[in-house]
Design a binder for this molecule. Structure first.
Ligand SMILES: C[S@@+](CC[C@H](N)C(=O)[O-])C[C@H]1O[C@@H](n2cnc3c(N)ncnc32)[C@H](O)[C@@H]1O
Length: 387
């Protein structure tokens, strides 16, 4: 289990790992019911500032535990699922620790590489049978990752990806005119008119940090979507522990609508954990820097909760999008086509979308002719029409 005690001074990694742990646990268990082989690939594995001897505070440690648990559970049910992991680390010292990992997990086939991930990605890809389900974690410390070089990996079928987009570095690099930096960023974000949007904003009086974030993250999401042919790409912004500024964004890519459904559940739980952690870290920070811990504590408790405001905004946006995407009668859309589109664009859970649709029906804003008596929630086969 991921524990906050292992993350002093790097609470942002705690949030990333809470999300990975809860998502991988559910993903691996689920896909192992259909696939005989599940592969985890960690392209930039570390260990990076790991404080825990059993690597419970690293991405690969979290993933290996999820693979192990799912394998054991399915074995009890008479199903033998092959689990494998490919872990890559370029730094020799970090690799020295990574090389100790395979012996701890004899139940998982683990291959480690001391190499540049971009060089060994084709070999790894060749070793994963096409019938296996693969999950790729791409978590570089920087941004020198030419996305098109990863195209065969991103476009692999039966796969999902989490890519850590290092927004803070990338945002600063986007202001640098050195040819090497310009070329590097163009390779990372090959699609979208993001440079023109940034320059246009600067000419018109400057962009807010939020606007720059929106431009860069959506261009990168579109690049991932296009290169990997993903139906759904969802962002989770991870904030600086003591300041309300995005540090990086985790981009989750899937082609399965069940994937986006589970991911949103895990994401909202991780955001709630982030909110709690940041409050605790801010209080600790204020106590050490001002010595007025108690005053700060009560001020914080009285202040508006940013997360609740954000989730309310996403909820309102989801409501607006449901009405926008539902054709006016006599046209219609099947609910199974609508809800994944809403989850792909808004940070809401499937249960929230169900409730919004039921409410819009009661308010006569939506017509659902197939609605059966005693049903509380819309069913996939229902047709929806805007009244
Ligand atoms: C952010 S850390 C990884 C953290 C890890 N994913 C986790 O969450 O526990 C990035 C790691 O990638 C390594 N690295 C950087 N560039 C690399 C490359 N081109 N290929 C492989 N590893 C690289 C760094 O040495 C560092 O250990």
């Amino acid at each position: 289990m991921v524990s906050l005690a292992d993350y002093a001074g790097r609470e942002q990694a705690y949030v990333k790992h809470v999300l990975l742990e809860s998502y991988l646990e559910r993903l691996v268990h689920k896909v192992a019911s259909r696939y005989d082989h599940v592969a985890y690939v960690d392209g930039f594995a570390g260990p990076w500032l790991s404080a825990n001897e059993r690597f419970e505070d690293t991405s690969f440690g979290i993933a290996l535990s999820a693979l192990r648990r799912a394998k054991a559970t399915w074995k009890q049910n008479g199903r033998d699922v092959r689990m494998s992991a490919f872990l890559v680390e370029r730094d020799k010292t970090a690799y020295g620790r990574l090389a100790q990992v395979p012996e701890r997990y004899p139940d998982v086939m683990i291959k480690t590489h001391c190499a540049d991930f971009l060089d060994v990605a084709p070999t790894i890809l060749g070793e994963i049978p096409s019938s296996a389900f693969a999950f790729f974690l791409i978590d570089p410390k920087g941004w020198r990752v030419p996305l098109k070089l990863l195209a065969p990996l991103l476009a692999r079928s039966n796969s999902e990806v989490v890519f850590n987009f290092m927004f803070d570095f990338i945002n600063r690099a986007a202001n640098i005119n050195e040819p090497k930096v310009v070329a590097g960023l163009d390779e990372l974000i090959p699609f979208g008119k993001w440079r023109a949007a940034l320059a246009g904003g600067d000419r018109n009086g400057g962009l807010s940090p939020e606007e720059r974030n929106e431009i860069l993250v959506s261009a990168f999401s579109d690049s991932l979507r296009q290169i990997g042919n993903y139906g759904y790409v969802a962002e989770t912004a991870v904030l600086r522990p003591t300041r309300d500024r995005p540090l990086y964004s985790l981009l989750y890519c899937t082609r399965r609508k069940e994937g986006i459904e589970v991911f949103r559940d895990c994401q909202i739980a991780a955001l709630e954990e982030q909110s709690r952690t940041r409050a605790a870290v801010k209080i600790g920070h204020a106590e050490t820097t001002t010595g007025q811990g108690e005053i700060f504590h009560s001020l914080h408790e009285m202040g508006p909760d940013d997360l609740q405001k954000y989730l309310q905004y996403e909820h309102d946006e989801a409501t607006r999008r449901i009405l926008e995407l539902t054709p006016a009668q006599p046209g219609s859309i099947l609910y199974e086509q609508l809800w994944p589109q809403i989850l792909a664009r808004s940070v809401v859970r499937r249960v929230d979308v169900n409730r919004i649709v039921a409410r819009l029906r009661k308010e006569n804003k939506l017509r659902i002719p197939d609605w059966e008596k005693r049903r509380q929630v819309p069913q996939d086969s229902y047709r929806l029409q805007r009244a």
